[in-house]
Ligand binder design. Structure first.
Ligand SMILES: [Fe+2]
Length: 164
């Protein structure tokens, strides 16, 4: 009687594992078939050209730019100083004022906050304010809920977020 590791099934498993280990695109797609490849509000960046997109409808496709899968940005994934990047939410009448960092962030052409966003976790509404170099990194938003997430994007240190 043949042992498991002497069967063709074992060798087939080995091949699939090796392809999976090497992140073979076709195998990964096949194994993830039916799963969403994206989720609502995720942010993706092209590592080649710098395009940034936000998911407004989640589906099974893989986001590709310049011929490569886009990088899913994760809040706080860089070595930027948290105190200069984590958004601070201040309650105001009918909404929130969002300031970037408990310590002011640089606002130069080379290093600045590009945008600030607030997401209402109740109704999924997204509001975004674009910030130019030289402008203070803060914005005011009207919202229908106290359950919100604030996010900001620094051109050098990427995505950061905080929740209320
Ligand atoms: Fe920064």
């Amino acid at each position: 009687m043949r042992r498991f590791w002497q069967t063709n099934y074992f060798f087939a498993c080995l091949v699939v594992y090796k392809l999976w280990y090497n992140k073979n695109e076709k195998i990964v797609k096949f194994l993830k078939k039916g799963e969403n490849m994206t989720n609502l509000h995720e942010i993706y960046k092209c590592t080649v050209c710098g395009n940034i997109v936000e998911v407004v409808h989640a589906s099974a496709g893989e986001l590709v730019c310049c011929g490569k899968p886009m990088h899913k940005m994760v809040a706080g994934e860089t070595d930027g100083a948290a105190e200069k990047h984590v958004p601070v939410l201040e309650k105001m009448e009918g909404g929130y004022r969002v300031k970037v960092g408990s310590v002011p962030h640089p606002a130069t052409e080379e290093h600045h906050i590009e945008w600030i966003e607030i997401i209402c976790n109740t109704c999924n509404q997204v509001q975004r304010a674009y910030i130019k170099p030289g402008e203070p990194a803060q914005a005011e938003f009207k919202t229908c809920s106290d359950d919100v997430t604030a996010r900001e994007y620094c051109n050098l240190h990427g995505l950061w977020q905080s929740k209320k």
